[in-house]
Design a protein around this ligand. Sequence first.
Ligand code: NI
Length: 186
Amino acid sequence: MALLDIIKAPDPRLKKISRPVEKVDAEIAQLMDDMLETMYLAPGVGLSAPQVGILKRVIVVDVSKDEDNRLPVRMANPEIVWASDEMFEYEEGCLSLPEHYAEISRPEKVRIRYLDRQNEIREMETEGLLAVCLQHEMDHLDGILFVDHISKLKRDTILRKLAKLKKLEEKERRKSGSRQKAAASA
Ligand code: NI
């Protein structure tokens, strides 16, 4: 198992469309497991492959929030085959947009067709938080972030704050990098 780096917005890689996987082979199964480990540590309830820089249609979700009773979901090439007319509103966040949240409205129930870890075609009917999470992760595969569901004004405000934070972190990294170099050369 390996921990993966989560890409933070704004980043052009988060706006790309991911490619379907041909088959869930050992490499994709390993990616699913690594993504889950990364997600649990973050901690988060869902993660998509593009968020770790891999443009493949792979997502993982676990809404159990119980370390002793985990309910991991691993999906490749997920597709919504049915969605309810009833909508469900939930305050969403995202590991790629840390510390920002917004109320998003999505279909309350969805049926999803996907490939599981054993490369079997499966269908899952979900509702509530699990349905929200799966739809949020599937959005990532098409380069859509939760802020793309809110007004441009709110979206721009959030992205501007994140860009500022990124610059600050970059500056800090450079500073500590030069300190380390100075110490090593002393
Ligand atoms: Ni997300």
